[in-house]
Ligand binder design. Sequence first.
Ligand code: ARG
Length: 483
Amino acid sequence: MDLDDKNEFARDAHLPEQAKTLWHGRFTGGPSESLLAYTVSLPYDQRMWRDDIAGSKGHVRGLARVGLLTEDERNAILGALDQVADEMEGSGFHFVDSDEDIHTAIERRVTEIAGAAGGKLHTARSRNDQVATAFRLWCKRELKDVAIRLIEMQEALLDQALEAGDAYLPGYTHLQRAQPVLLSHHLMAHGWALGRDVSRLVDTLHRLDVSPLGAGALAGSSLPIDPVGNAADLGFAKAFDNSLDAVSDRDFVAEAVFNLALIGIHLSRIGEEWVLWTSGEFGFARLDDGYATGSSMLPQKKNPDIAELARGKSGRLIGNLTGLLATLKGLPMAYNRDLQEDKEPLFDSVEQVTLAVAALTGMIATATFNTDAMAAAADEETMAATDLAEFLVRDGMPFREAHAVVGAHVQACLAGKGRLADLVAADPVLGPDAAALVRPGVGVQMRTSRGAAGPAARDEQVASYRTMLADEITAIRDLASVD
Ligand code: ARG
């Protein structure tokens, strides 16, 4: 930059006449290119076109109901909005330089089509309540879609669980082998977490089901509008009670982005596990070719890229949440342009979670398990240690004492003094009945308490898992439809 050139910014070209802003009456000059380039949100908020049109149609019907539009004006604007929808659908919609966001673009086109009547579309409405309305409608459709996909993933986990029968593997704590668990039990553990994710999405959907339309720029209107009628018309459960709150709060976005971040964390846990399970060291699972990648250099490789990206992309989902919360913090009432920054984090999180759920669901549904390798790892003798201690507890020995008795046998076994089964059989307080607990496949049968990792508890769990799925489907059906 030439510091002597006072006219540096004057060279920042202004837009041609077609670039009439929504506020041109108040201004003598048009917007600079750099202002538009910086403030534009059209590249990403285009995806809300359906919701903007739906919101505008509701608004127009509302204006007509209270006499602010004649029947002819109403029909002219609704017809123009339908035409815009057709153009958007068929990619016949042409954006111009002054279309700073999807809302401006649609209103411009409606005015071109409907003429003077189009100029009445924005009566008693601000982009502030318009944007908030469209964004809530977008959330209602898209978050419901995420919830439905999560249910499909839960179903895939259940299908694999049922397929797995009584196959078992080591359960781990600290990633050290701990006690045997049924593979079905392990798979369903992830499904329960996803079930809570679905219920969180449903809760968020109920809370955000409030129409902000009629809040205007910030304070409502002097015109006889009917926010309650508009809310009902648009399929919202209720209308806002406070106009300032309606246009300025984005807690519904923060909630949604949090829900998606937490889903991402659940998916990343699955991802990490499958990276381990498909490794040569574990060898517990094999990926279908369609859900694995190869190496450009190493011909033998088969890589779990979906699982790795599910792990890796969780960082970005967390970033979307922290970024949004930082944007919202400290914003004074009511609308501030900062709020435009609410869209990209949510759009990105929805897109990434949607892609991840589809890929992981396919990966899990098509994978095969090496149940021999799982059983071999789970049948390691020392895995029976807790069952041996509980054998002594059943005879009345305090658990601490029993723990020490068995611990001493484990230590002897690890020191090479014999097989654990033999050491146990030779111990008069334990004996052959206890030694039978060390036999392959016995441990998992011992997991009998409610919610435990053995077959009988698992069968009960399958029933409650199915109830969870049915309840989720009912909850989704009960959500007020956007249409
Ligand atoms: N694209 C903007 C947004 O998403 C539109 C709202 C602009 N409102 C305003 N008062 N300047 O927030």
